[in-house]
Design a protein around this ligand. Structure first.
Ligand SMILES: NC(=O)c1ccc[n+]([C@@H]2O[C@H](COP(=O)([O-])OP(=O)(O)OC[C@H]3O[C@@H](n4cnc5c(N)ncnc54)[C@H](OP(=O)(O)O)[C@@H]3O)[C@@H](O)[C@H]2O)c1
Length: 335
């Protein structure tokens, strides 16, 4: 089998990631051997390789956290009915989906239908589930409520906007570029505001008398959180899901103490570990249906075969991308 491995933590991915060709392992216990159709490159993969993620790589470490594929062999204790099924591969950062074959424990997969687009399904285990949890697990949202988010043009942001729209919840989207503003407006964000000096005033103008019940924070910037905090209703929640700056966000003291805002956080691996299996299957099943219906769909900028990993990883880290980068191990040409 061919798979991408990390040979050293930190440093340039062009030098620390290589393609390894090994014999295909036979699945044991309830493990499943999966032929990978597609697997995305996420920022979390870059953080993992740098040693800055919630899980530390044990080098040589298999790379690729999530994906979609077909079960081609089952271990002796595995459910035989999964053979031939298309499955989502849930992230562990231990099994390596940037591969043409991967062996994963049965609990790490969720069966899905055959007809949805493989690229969209490959991105489903992390970002759409994150968007779903951010919208459902922190405050009770009713139709007409407002939520806010930064990194609004990210894949997470696009899924949040789509799911909120479906629920009748209104979105205030913060982005840092005009082109990104146009993109999220097109997706249906109810108000779009550019980051930068004067953000507080632009937010106040965009919201008028409305306040945000929930703000989804991905910058890690305490300055941005301070600028947004006044637009969050008393008792409302700020949920940190990422830190684009590498900093840890903080709430201004008056908002924290006098107005009772809470600052909470989300981490997908904790969410998967603590969500009961039946609930996980239900949520992923519903999200997969929304992918199939085209309700959940994020832009894809390019796909690459595994052997073009240098180009793929450089492309994934390029600023100003308009869509995600994925490996498509089953195909031979970049598209
Ligand atoms: N906590 C969790 O469990 C969890 C789960 C899923 C995702 N995440 C995190 O959520 C973030 C978005 O993921 P994604 O896959 O949706 O990303 P993506 O589609 O690749 O988008 C990246 C986003 O980050 C923005 N960005 C990059 N550097 C920035 C900076 N210095 N300041 C402000 N914005 C910056 C980009 O803005 P431009 O387009 O303007 O460059 C873009 O909006 C990532 O950090 C990811 O690790 C966390």
């Amino acid at each position: 089998m061919s798979h991408l491995i990390l040979t050293a933590v930190g440093g340039d991915l062009g030098e620390t990631v290589s393609l390894s060709n090994d014999s295909v392992p036979a699945p044991t216990g309830d493990d499943l051997l999966i032929a990978v159709e597609a697997a995305p490159v996420n920022h979390a993969d870059v953080l993992f390789a740098a040693g800055w993620f919630g899980v530390y790589p044990d080098v040589p470490a298999a790379l690729g956290a999530e994906g979609v594929g077909r079960v081609i062999e089952a271990g002796p204790q595995a459910d035989r009915s999964l053979l031939g099924r298309r499955v989502l591969i849930l992230p562990t950062f231990a099994h390596g989906t940037w591969a043409d074959r991967v062996v994963v424990p049965a609990r790490q997969v969720v069966p899905v239908g055959d007809s949805a687009d493989a690229l969209q399904l490959a991105m489903l285990p992390v970002n759409p589930a994150t968007a779903h949890a951010l919208l459902n697990d922190y405050v009770t949202l009713r139709p007409g409520d407002w939520i806010g988010l930064n990194l609004a043009n990210s894949a997470v942001g696009q899924y949040v906007i789509a799911l909120a729209k479906r629920a009748g919840v209104r979105t205030l989207a913060i982005v840092r570029r005009e082109k990104a503003a146009a993109q999220v407006r097109e997706l249906g964000a109810d108000a779009v505001v550019l980051d930068g000096d004067g953000l507080e005033d632009r937010l106040a103008k965009a919201l008028g008398d409305h306040r945000l019940r929930l703000f989804l924070e991905g910058t890690g910037s305490s300055d941005q959180v301070a600028a947004v905090a006044g637009s969050v209703e008393t008792g409302g929640s700020v949920v940190a899901f990422s830190s684009a700056t590498g900093q840890s966000p903080a709430l201004p003291l008056p908002d924290l103490i006098y107005r009772g805002l809470s600052l909470r956080s989300f981490f997908i691996l904790n969410w998967i570990a603590t969500t009961p299996r039946q609930e996980l299957e239900k949520i992923y099943g519903e999200l997969a249906e929304l992918v199939e219906q085209g309700v959940l769909r994020v832009a894809v900028e390019a796909t690459y075969p595994l052997h073009q990993h240098h180009e793929a990883l450089a492309h994934a880290q390029r600023p100003g991308r308009s869509g995600k980068i994925l490996f498509t191990p089953g195909q031979s040409q970049a598209q």
